[in-house]
Design a protein around this ligand. Sequence first.
Ligand code: ADP
Length: 618
Amino acid sequence: MSKTEKYEFQAEVGKVLDIVVNALYSHSEIFLRELISNASDAADKLRYSALTHPGLMKDHGAFEIILRPDKAQKTLAIVDNGIGMNKEELIQNLGTIARSGSAEFAAHLTGDSKKDMNLIGQFGVGFYSAFMVASKVEVFTRKAGDSTGWHWTSEGAGSFTIDEDKKTPTGTTILLHLKKQFEEYLDPMRLRFIVKQYSDHVSIPIILENGRDKETLNSASALWTRPKTEITEEQYRDFYRSLTHNFDEPWLTLHYNAEGIIEYKALLFIPSKAPFDLFQPDKKRGLNLYVNRVFISDEVEELLPHYLRFVKGIIDTNELPLNVSREMLQHTPVLAKIRKGIVTRLLEAIKKKMEESDSYNTFWKDFGIVFKEGLYEEPENVKKIAPLCRFYSSKVDGLTSLDEYIKRMPVGQKNIYYITGDDLAVLRNNPSLEGFTAKGIEVLLLTDPIDEFWPQVFNEWDGKKILSVTQPDKDFEEIKALSENDAESLTDSLQTLLITKVKEILKDQVNDVQMTNRLNKSPVALRAANGQMSIHLERLMKQHGQQQSFASTRILELNPRHALIKKLGQAVFDKAPDEKIADAVWILYDEARAIEGEPLEDPAGFMEKVNAFMEKGF
Ligand code: ADP
């Protein structure tokens, strides 16, 4: 028998162990995740080495990780047939702290045990977490290609021993002598649960060996780690379905391996249908995060901007420690960098899909309402987001893009125009469009609540201002110019006279009365005063119980080319009876409200006045 050698742990390891053993009780189950992750890495390393040295895997069966609880001995063995370790590596890897996570952890240790305990959550503690649940840890290992193996033992306190072990096969067995209070880890149910929760996507089978029974615990479907060329569409679809619990096909599947400044693997999906809870505030959002195929969290919101919250999928990276905490996820620059990469790739993929597939409008109808938020959420990407946006418009039946709109602009049109409202059909007939339509100017018809907000931030495209048709008239120089040859307008002096009169009659109803070029068939229209909430937004707020008095912010606009307005102007000049003029003005005001979808101030009074005029008309 070879002699047993005794070694001291490096001082930092001692400190880490001390904290791990004494403080990490609340999440003790993570030891299994850590050891499985190491085993899976060991398999990856052997697979990789065998690429250049095929002899290393001679007589090697399939890769697997075996969990072998032994109730009689109160031990749990975690067995892998990965790369294994030679003697030097054993001493180096399990006796000193060389690797990033633990090294950083050790570097941050202060000696103040309270502070140090908090640190544990932030850094992975890898192999040493075994000492949370075990009073003694034995490691049997043989490096692939070596003629002998080694046996490492420690009780965690300061030292470990190593002796030769000729019998141990290639790979590593970690044998945990469980502490009395952790015998739950002998229970197959408990093991099954932990593996499902933390290690389901580890790419090699994790097998529970219970006496003669063998049971694979994980689905071993780390699909994202396999080359794209080896994955069928069905496999992607099945993975998507199990991930999202959906039954549809993914509309977009994006699978890539980012290398360079930051390394990660991404497998992302856009569903073909919006989920019913897309707008529920408490809906789970975010991507699943894996560190080296080990599941970390399933709702990492930091990985996606808000406007892409319908994207599902997983990110797998080695740039974070396994034991990354919630706080760390919120602050680490790693996630911010990955998110930047994800957004770029997604926007490119959506663009490609838009160019190549005719299903784009279907996507837009389901997710456009969310995607548009990007126009104000992410100014740095607006150049990529805007061309992907679609809108209804006064000139075309279906959806259109800003660039198509611009191509259709008649000579002389300088700006891009839009109008907001609840309903497409009602918007198409809004009098505020008349002047534009008459001059061949197209207006985007925006019906989503969000459309009230993005134009305030995203207000220019391709050198053209994006303006609401309810903006003050001075912004519509081109319409005015185009209106010069229209029907004769009420003379300036009569305009002034009429405005004064109407203001007098409606002084408590409106903020101002103005002439406009925007109308064509209609005599009047209402619009929000400059800088005030639009009438549509005002209504949205009322629906949400945020009622205030808005009436004083309205402007009543008169069409100086309309026969009725011209007659009314003349009537004021001719000193027609005040009551008659007031009745007519009130009818016109109520008409303007009605067309905006507003209730009439006094429906009975309105009817009475209209009827009286009709009677005279006959
Ligand atoms: P990490 O795995 O994050 O590097 P650990 O403390 O968990 O840190 O492990 C330290 C090192 O020990 C690993 O990097 C690896 O080289 C070695 N190691 C641990 N477990 C195994 C194993 N099952 N097979 C081979 N090597 C292992």
